[in-house]
Design a binder for this molecule. Sequence first.
Ligand SMILES: *Cc1c(COP(=O)(O)O)cnc(C)c1O
Length: 227
Amino acid sequence: MTIASNLARINERIRVAAEKAGRDPASVRLVAVSKTRPAADIVAAYNAGQTVFGENYIQELVPKLAEVKEAVQWHVIGHLQSNKVKYIAGQVAMIHSVDRISLAQEIDRLWGKLGKSCDVLIQVNVSGETTKSGTTETGAIQLVRECALLPNLRVKGLMTMPPFFDDPEAARPYFAELRRLAEVIAAQQIAGVDMAELSMGMSGDFEAAVQEGATLVRVGTAIFGER
Ligand SMILES: *Cc1c(COP(=O)(O)O)cnc(C)c1O
């Protein structure tokens, strides 16, 4: 299987899942998770029409920022240490993994120095697994309120990573819960806060996520192969 044919199949599966749920397929964006994959794979995907790429590790992303000359859009999807933010300031379109105010403040400070603002998602640990990053649901509401006060940060929605299951349907309640939480926060009409984006769903369960309202699905293995 080539990257191009994998992408075509994933996009088709997204389309079918969206239509089943009565959603416009264009409201779902595919984030190609390129962690551990070489720049050549990113270029191959870009040449097949993929523009958004998700990376987890800053030490891996930084060399790719230089190597990949194509007009790709980078998203940071993994746990982010505050002291690493300086290496990517102004260079990524969205950070999905904001889970504490100290990190949000550092993003705000560094983007502000460049006269830019950064789109972020609040990562919520919906399952409460202790091994997972993310705020609690109550913590998310508080964090959104604090982030709303930072001038160079734009809160665009929520992100979650449910526990791993073999059965893709098992993750569905967590996706539904993230959407419910986004609705609760949106109803509070916090100035400057947008809850339009829901980043949820990976290779094994993105169709269930799309049916539950995902606007960003993060798919790695099903595009690039096993890591
Ligand atoms: C690796 C990763 C993905 C992609 O996982 P696949 O199962 O390879 O599709 C999605 N989201 C996050 C946060 C990841 O770390």
